[in-house]
Design a protein around this ligand. Structure first.
Ligand code: CTP
Length: 429
């Protein structure tokens, strides 16, 4: 399959080389188009050497075109050749040009001429990213079906800290695979995902909440959607953009989340409870803002355990997957939670580490079922979402037959299920 990588002029242009390699590892054929400012950061030769194709750098410079067509309309040829156009890094300028149909170089002209899916991986200074002009341009592009691969947060090349760092090349490559429909194994599924934290009011201005950003749940929603599932995303307050085309149900409190989930769960084939739900709510909510009068004691009442209730009400064939946030005795606590709640699987996170888990860009987890424990090492949350869905998909397969090979007499012996973790699994399709 054929991908054109557009490189515009930002410091992250060097990462486009890693993206090209990641795409090639997936056996994709890659062409590269560079804007004139991108050439100030990276030499076209780098990409030419990686791809084995000349790099297109101008509408007019025929000697540097990738196609044999020398008629001066290579942008049409390239636009038809590409099965996906991914622009990484996408600067504020290129996003503005795309949004407003300005076609003054090869990349912007090709964007107008292609009917292939388009993805952009923005990279810029945090103020430029947050500027209303950039956000409005992104909104226009999203409305037109352009897939925006959200930038990460962290230290930026300009020295500032904030949003604007280009997504990791591996995550961009995964998004390209999705756009190419290389993974479409969830068509027909209806997936209910809960995401974010909940808030329990103390008074009109204060609440009890937690640090969950919703990133893991939103990544799962996006991954399931791009694998062909219909997605209902029940989300606590979050600053994230929901993936295009998924149904967003906004909630604030644990009680609202419970109601939304119970209302919609019957239609779901898979429920993933990634939300960090409050375990307690204040018994008394003050109608007026609480005044500072010295020490106070809050009386808290437990909330309903939504996951346990979903399991109690499950319909035949529904799969239910929970999450567990642990700071100690991860595996023991995770396994106890899995058994207590009765879910098909629990994704156990260690939330004690810095820069991993809650509110971070990356996460690591263990996918725990009653008979298996699969370690998923640190990776971007979007990639982890796909790995989790891969594991969930294996739960859907016909009951696996657990066998043991006897080395002396090569016969297979069926074991009982409790032996399963110790033994090789033979999947009988
Ligand atoms: N959960 C839920 N309803 C709650 C609390 C948690 O549905 N009131 C779900 C979460 O969405 C998650 C799973 O239960 O899928 C585990 O959440 P976690 O906070 O790790 O566990 P708790 O059940 O709250 O147990 P504890 O805080 O004691 O570890």
């Amino acid at each position: 399959m054929r991908v054109t990588v557009g490189v515009s002029g930002g410091i992250a242009a060097y990462k486009a080389a890693e993206l090209v390699r990641a795409l090639q590892r997936q056996a994709l054929e890659v062409h590269v188009v560079m804007t004139s400012s991108a050439r100030r950061f990276v030499q076209p030769l780098t990409f030419a050497a990686l791809t084995g194709h000349k790099v297109i750098t101008s509408l007019w410079d025929e000697t540097e075109s990738t196609t044999s067509d020398q008629s001066g309309i290579e942008h049409i040829g390239e636009a038809q050749w590409a099965e996906t156009l991914v622009v990484a890094p996408a600067t504020a300028n290129i996003l503005a040009k795309f949004a407003h149909g300005i076609a003054d170089d090869f990349l912007t002209t090709m964007y107008l001429a292609t009917t292939a899916p388009v993805l952009v991986a923005p990279a810029m200074n945090v103020n430029m990213w947050e500027h209303p002009a950039t956000q409005a341009n992104l909104e226009i592009l999203r409305q037109r079906g352009v897939r925006v691969i959200e930038p990460g947060t962290g230290e930026l090349a300009c020295g500032m800290v904030g949003a604007g760092r280009m997504a990791e090349p591996e995550a961009i490559a995964d998004a390209v695979l999705d756009a190419l429909g290389r993974r479409h194994d969830m068509a027909g599924e209806i997936v209910l995902v809960t995401a974010g934290g909940t808030r329990e009011a103390l008074d009109p201005v204060r609440f009890l909440g937690n640090r969950s950003s919703g990133k893991m749940g939103y990544a799962l929603a996006e991954a399931a959607q791009s694998r062909g599932a219909k997605v209902i995303l029940v989300s606590g307050p979050s600053a994230l953009h929901p993936p295009a085309h998924c149904e967003l149900v906004k909630v604030t409190t644990a009680e609202q989340m419970r109601n939304a989930v119970l209302e919609r769960m019957d239609e779901a084939t898979l429920v993933i409870k990634a939300a960090a739900v409050a375990d307690y709510r204040p018994v008394n909510v003050s109608e007026r803002k609480l005044k500072r009068t010295g020490p106070i004691t809050l009386e808290l009442a437990p909330t309903e355990d939504i996951l346990a209730e979903v399991v109690r009400r499950r319909k035949p064939g529904q799969l239910i997957v929970g999450f567990a946030a642990e700071t100690e005795n991860r595996m023991e606590n995770g396994r106890a939670k899995l058994l207590r709640k009765g879910a098909d699987a629990i994704v156990v996170n260690d939330v004690s580490g810095e820069g991993v888990g809650i509110d971070a860009e990356v996460n690591a987890a263990t996918f725990l079922t009653p008979s298996t424990a699969i370690e998923l090492p640190v990776m971007p949350k979007r990639k982890l979402a796909d790995r989790i869905l891969d594991e969930i998909q294996t739960l859907r397969r016909p009951r696996s037959l657990v066998v043991e090979m006897d080395e002396e007499t090569p016969q297979e012996r069926v074991l009982n299920e409790s032996d399963a973790p110790k033994k090789r699994e033979l999947i009988v399709e």
